[in-house]
Design a protein around this ligand. Structure first.
Ligand code: 0A1
Ligand code: ZN
Length: 868
């Protein structure tokens, strides 16, 4: 196939034309929608007086009419192709352009532009969906004022919504009606939104810090109102938090959220009219897990915070995506930390970063938070741009401190409100407000790969000396003295006798440097406190040091790290024993047993945190650490280690499980989250013990569960234990929840992720034929194929290659209607470079079948990188 075009940051030029206003009319009919767009267009100041072609983006539409300054444009004055409308030789500096075009939302399965999410109609315009609604200069630095009139059948579409304020509405003959909206704020086209449908609406109000009353409306499918209170509450919390933390007040009189089932991502921050994947809106005790509740709160916060970081100040071009995303993730992380437990939230964020972003950065898709080129921008909504981007913002926060960071944010809005800017502009604002030179820090924006810090220590008299060396993994990145990353590196020195810990904030600036500290006695260093820099730290810890850190470290994140390192150490020993002897090690060392015992006994630990401390490293994490991972052995040894712990500490797990079963009230507090998490964790170990008591606890847990957190956890344990699809546990769940599509997603995901290798693939082939499996809805596609490939590692990586071929085949099929979902599903193959030669050959062959199938631009970009 012809290689798609690559777009480079270095080629950025401002648009020669700007669009001042756009007046849209969208007339919705059963088999098409007619769009009329009247635009006031001007030449950019540098282009005034020149004769230029005006290029408008447009895809998947039919041009019906075209007028220039009110006159029909003759055929020789324009050209239309499959992705552009070009108005030739424009001499006017200001003019109006009127375009009429036809689109068909019902046939739009890519879910970009205007589409049907049964039975409603909605839009997704970020990053380049607006060009599927009408011809436009579809780039974020073209900011216009929008007026939108929608016309539709009143019965089928009683709600007609768009951005801004409703300025008129009325009835029309033939059972039709109209509504007109006007957004007073200039915005890029990617923030445009429109919704038509029939909904139930949850309504509330929020009074801002200046006393303005804002109407809050959440639109959901009929019958779902009971699942909206948490989202509404989260929205009000977000609005208050942004006022208190950053002095940022909401700027329109109405804030609407619409929940839809068909959505490619989590949610979208369209001005005044957010559109959400229903998984991030709807939640109640019976059907949503604690993780879901926290997800709703975090995503509602995220989209709300975009109103300032993204909408009021937006991106100049798509290479700057992290400008809005990294900053907004940082803001939502801080929000969740303030609403829940800061320690637990930090641990969860770092876990996600290390599990997913580090892997992405170590694989074929590695890219800097501000990429320098792309084929398809949709492929860059990544863990790197989002989560590593947030870590980069967090490092600025650490380097200059909370107060100066706030001043920097104020400066950012003072300088750039209403503009489309770059990451450089953000760093500049932070520099101006803090007085700190961030020149060297800027290297983070263009550096791919996770740096490693090699740390060693020595004692010299009464000085403790740390030698730190920065290492960069990618052979393509040449780091010399002039482009070293600057990073904050927080450390603690734990006095072995007094157990007191002294903290220091170091600034690393050189490839190699040495730091000296006066100490009284022996100390254990605790490195990268709070995960102050997104790096891998290598330090030759003794197990005894780790046990010390696990028991006495003040920093919760480092305490968690220490336990993970101990498990890692124990796991590796077990793993090599198994490989060398062909049988499992029956023993546990007394040192490890007593450390684990201390952890269980420690009553000062918050329960959520404790359940995390008891989590063994995931099979995913373990596989990533190994070269040519033996997925089967990892799975076996992992299960065995859990079993030994389950047996050894069965009494404690049973007692604790019993104690936590007495908590009956359902609350959404950190304490209650902790109780449920630990109860589930106890059950995991009890079931792992493979004893009668363990199975009894499972039956009891499942039978008595009154919330989804406990119910789904038990179901997953049944599935992992190898029960048949016809087993009561699986069938009961299905019968109980088949009317609730969000819960059915959990059923499909759990079966895909936890089914044992011996029948996983066969089972998935059966599940995709289930009547409740919605074959074109992204949530469903992800629930089977991605869950299987990413979380059922030993089954997916079966070295006969059958699962690779199966997933590749499904990706080809999905690519035919939804390239975004297909290219994300291709992430299934991300481990390609780590595999042994047999698996690698099988995977390559599977990937080649995708390449032979004329992939979309999205899928081509990802698969070609995997095959490179
Ligand atoms: N800006 C949204 C994410 C988003 C990106 C692309 C989408 O469709 C292709 C949809 C949503 C956010 O950060 O939440
Ligand atoms: Zn975002």
């Amino acid at each position: 196939m012809q290689q798609p075009k690559t777009i480079y940051l270095k080629d950025y030029r401002p648009s020669p034309f700007t669009i001042d206003t756009i007046d849209l009319t969208v007339d919705i009919h059963a088999d098409h929608s007619m769009v009329t767009s009247v635009m006031r267009i001007e030449k950019h100041k540098d282009s005034v007086g020149q004769k230029l072609n005006l290029e408008l983006n447009g895809e998947g539409m039919e041009l019906v009419g075209l007028k220039f300054n009110g006159e029909v444009l003759p055929n020789d004055r324009f050209q239309v192709s499959s992705d552009k409308l070009v108005i030739l030789n424009v001499t006017h500096d200001e003019f109006t352009l009127e375009i009429q075009n036809k689109i068909n939302p019902a046939e739009n399965k890519a879910l970009e532009g205007f589409y049907q999410s049964c039975p409603q109609l909605c839009t997704q315009c970020e990053p380049e969906g607006f060009r599927r609604i009408t011809y436009f200069i579809d780039r974020p630095d073209v900011m216009a004022k929008y007026t939108t009139k929608m016309i539709a059948d009143k019965k089928q579409y009683p709600s007609l919504l768009s951005n801004g304020n409703r300025i008129g509405s009325g009835d029309l003959p033939g059972g039709r009606h109209w509504a007109q909206w006007q957004d007073p704020f200039r915005k890029p086209s990617y923030l445009f939104a429109m919704v038509a449908g029939e909904f139930d609406v949850a309504r509330d109000t929020f009074t801002t810090m200046k006393g303005r009353k804002i109407d809050l409306e959440i639109y959901v499918d009929k019958g779902n109102l009971g699942k909206t209170p948490h989202a509404m509450n989260s929205l009000k919390q977000s609005m208050k938090w942004d006022e208190e933390t950053f002095g940022l007040e909401y700027d329109l009189d109405i804030y609407m959220i619409v929940a839809v089932d068909s959505f490619n991502m989590g949610a979208m921050e369209n001005k005044g009219l957010n559109i959400f994947n229903s998984t991030y809106t709807l939640a109640d005790e019976k059907s949503a897990t604690d993780h879901d509740f926290q997800g709703v709160q975090g995503v509602i916060g995220h989209e709300y915070f975009h109103n300032w970081t993204g909408n009021r100040v937006t991106c100049r071009d798509w290479f700057q995506l992290t400008l809005k995303e990294g900053l907004t993730v940082f803001r939502d992380q801080e929000f969740s930390s303030d609403m829940l437990s800061r320690a637990v939230k930090r641990l969860e964020d770092v876990r996600l970063l290390k599990d997913s972003q580090f892997a992405e950065d170590a694989g074929p898709l590695s890219h800097p938070i501000r990429p320098s080129s792309y084929i398809e921008i949709n492929n860059f909504y990544t863990r790197t741009v989002y989560e590593k981007g947030a870590e980069v913002i967090r490092m600025i926060h650490t380097l200059i401190g909370k107060e100066k960071f706030r001043k920097g944010m104020d400066k950012y809005f003072e300088l750039f409100d209403g503009q489309a800017v770059t990451t450089e502009d953000f760093v500049h604002a932070m520099e101006v407000a803090s007085g700190k030179d961030l020149s060297q820090f800027r290297n983070w924006y263009s550096r791919p790969g996770t740096p490693t810090l090699k740390v060693t220590s020595r004692k010299e008299g009464n000085e403790f000396v740390l030698d730190i060396e920065q290492k960069y993994p990618l052979p393509t990145v040449k780091v010399e003295d002039n482009n070293v990353l600057l990073m904050p590196f927080k450390i603690g020195l734990l006095d072995k006798t007094t157990k007191k810990e002294e903290e220091h904030l170091l600034e690393l600036k050189n490839l190699k440097e040495t730091f000296r500290f006066k100490v009284n006695g022996d100390v254990t260093p605790s490195l990268n406190l709070g995960f102050s820099a997104p790096v891998i730290v290598e330090y030759p810890y003794e197990v005894a040091d780790l046990i010390e850190l696990m028991s006495f470290n003040k920093d919760p994140y480092c305490r968690y790290e220490a336990t993970q390192k101990i498990y890692d150490h124990v796991f590796k020993a077990e793993f090599y024993y198994f490989k060398a002897n062909g049988k499992l090690n029956p023993d546990l060392t007394s040192e490890f047993k007593s450390a684990f015992q201390n952890l269980l006994k420690d009553e000062s630990i918050d329960l959520s945190f404790k359940s995390y401390l008891l989590d063994l490293p995931t099979e995913n994490g373990l596989s990533q650490e190994m070269i040519q991972p033996d997925f089967d052995a990892i799975h076996t040894v992992h299960g065995h280690l859990r079993k030994k712990l389950g047996l050894e500490f069965q009494d404690w797990f049973l007692k604790e499980h019993e104690r936590l079963s007495k908590v009956s009230k359902f609350e959404l507090t950190p304490k209650a989250f902790g109780e449920r998490a630990l109860k589930n964790q106890c059950l995991t170990y009890l079931v792992a013990s493979e004893t009668k008591a363990g199975m009894e606890a499972l039956d009891k847990h499942y039978g008595n569960a009154t919330n989804m957190t406990e119910e789904i956890h038990a179901l997953q344990l049944y599935i992992a234990s190898g029960v048949e699809l016809e087993h009561d546990s699986i069938q009961k769940f299905y019968q109980k929840w088949k009317h609730d599509s969000l819960v059915m997603l959990k059923w499909f995901s759990s079966l895909a992720a936890y089914s044992p290798k011996k029948f996983a693939l066969e089972r998935i082939e059966k599940l995709e034929k289930n009547v409740l499996f919605q074959k074109q809805v992204p949530n469903y596609l992800r629930s089977l194929y991605l869950q299987f490939a990413k979380n059922n590692l030993h089954a997916f990586h079966d070295d006969n290659g059958a699962a690779y071929r199966f997933v590749a085949q499904r990706i080809c099929h999905i690519d035919g209607f939804n390239p975004q979902v297909a290219s994300r599903a291709a992430g299934a193959f991300s481990l390609i470079n780590k595999l042994d030669s047999k698996r690698q050959t099988e995977m390559k062959a599977a990937l080649k079948t995708i390449m032979d199938n004329k992939p979309s631009r999205d899928t081509f970009e990802v698969v070609s990188k995997y095959l490179a």
